[in-house]
Structure formats: structure tokens, C-alpha cells
Design a protein around this ligand. Sequence first.
Ligand code: ADP
Ligand code: MG
Length: 277
Amino acid sequence: MMSAATTRAPKLQVRNATKIYNTRSGDLLAIDRCSLDVQAGEIVSIVGPSGCGKTTLLWSMSGLHGLTSGNVLLDGRAITGPNPEIGMVFQEANLLPWRNLAANINFPFEIKGTRPDRIWIDELLGRVGLEGFGGRFPRELSGGMQQRAALVRALSFKPSVLLMDEPFGALDAFTREEMNGLVEEIWLDTQTTIVLITHSIEEAIFLSDRIIVMSPRPGRVASVHEVPFARPRTLEIMSTKEVFDLTNIIKMEIVGEQQSRYRQVSGAEAPARPART
Ligand code: ADP
Ligand code: MG
């Protein structure tokens, strides 16, 4: 007998997602039959070499662009365009420079002609430490503050899914750790389903229930790792040998794949890789 938990439909289902870009120099197969499920309330990270199709996959999940074949289902229904249930955070905060912070957060509501929930937005601003900064312009905010504003903007609609594309990649390590803690706090509170693309295996392990490793382009799901560590993931937990080992396994998968491709393409030995122990 299956339990209720295992029979519950996934929040997000990606089925055989394939995307070909038609470029001037010909067709480019970016992702090839990617399939994955994300359960409600789960945090899943996607890692993989640069150019393997992570952004392509995430944009398909958000409905920002269509797939060549395959589909993405949200609560069992195909996603065909942008959806208020899905919030997005990009690597760049993408704030409009001529609007102050409050007007930036208001902007998507103005476009849609809907009324923002002021109380919720104030709560979010307080949570990310931007209370009282509504009148500031983007140029007056640090990179970390801009990215926190982008997070507030994404959550202002109360989406049930938050998709983030290397959201903290441009931040310094310390600010990045702060942001990770913030995402964890918000997740503990709201149980938002989160898909996070990241270059940082450490960030992926800190935040995720599962980590999906993609192959080099055309991106496929190469492997899936459960992250079995208790939450909240304290510095103590993050310093254990288990975390260290998982980090290395994932790194080797990404680097190892790239090096074997390098050999195929160049016919030469790739630079020495660290010995597997
Ligand atoms: P990643 O996010 O993993 O770095 P992307 O999804 O951005 O990878 O890109 C995957 C591949 O698709 C890359 O080779 C990239 O150059 C190509 N690509 C991405 N977007 C487009 C586009 N709009 N038109 C043509 N090619 C694209
Ligand atoms: Mg990308």
C-alpha cells in the first residue's frame, strides 16, 4: 500500500523537456529529454557545467519560453505562459533604475492592474531587513540589498513556487551566506516550493532536499542526490565529513564529465584531476 505522501501529485513535473534554439548558425539542442519532479514544499537545486541548459530548463518551468517537445506541469496542469503561482529571481536583480524600491515592487502589480497586499509586502521587507528603504533608488542599495528586493518582489504575489537562477552568484561569500539563511527562514515560514540553480555546491547542500546534477550540453539529468542532513543546517552540520564527501562527489561528477568530454574533443589528456579516494 502506498502512503498518502507518496501518492500526492508532485507540485512540478518536468517531462522529457527538450529545447532546440534556432540560431543563425543552425539548430542548437540545449536540453534533451529532461525529466524531474518537485514535491510541494521541497527545495531542489540544479547544478551543472556552464552552458548545459540550466537557465533554459528554468525558463521553461516558469513559462517564460516554450519547449520544443515535452512539457512542464504545475499541479498537474501544463504551463503555457507566465503564471502568478510562480515567482522568479534572476542573477541580476533587474530593478528599474528610475524607480525607487517601493515603486519597483509595485511595478508588476501596476502592469497587471492588481492591488498589492501592503501588509504582506511590509512583512517581507521587514524580514529581509529592508524596512524603511522604500524611498531609496537601486543605485543607493548594495548588491545584496538589491537582490533582497528582488526576492521580496518575487514573493509579493505569494507564489507557491519560487524559481531562482543563480540568485546570489554576484554577491560576496559573506552576503551570500546571509541570503541563504534568509531563504531558509522564508521557506521554513511559507513552505514555498523552491527550485534553485546554483554554481555553489555548498549553497545547494545548505538549502536543498535534493540536488540534480545536469550533464554538459545537451543538458540531461545526470544524477540526483538526496541531501539527508537535519535542518536548520548549522555550521556544525555543514562542517561534517558527510557534507564534505557529498560536496566532493558532486564536484567530481561535474568536473569529471567535463574532462572526459575534453579528452573526446581534443584527443589530449585533460589537466590532472584530483585522485578519487
Ligand atoms: P546555463 O544556464 O546552464 O549556463 P543556458 O540554458 O543559458 O545554460 O544555455 C544553454 C545553451 O543554449 C548554451 O549553449 C547557450 O549558448 C544556448 N542558448 C541559451 N539561450 C539561447 C537563445 N535565446 N538563443 C540561442 N541559444 C541560446
Ligand atoms: Mg544560466
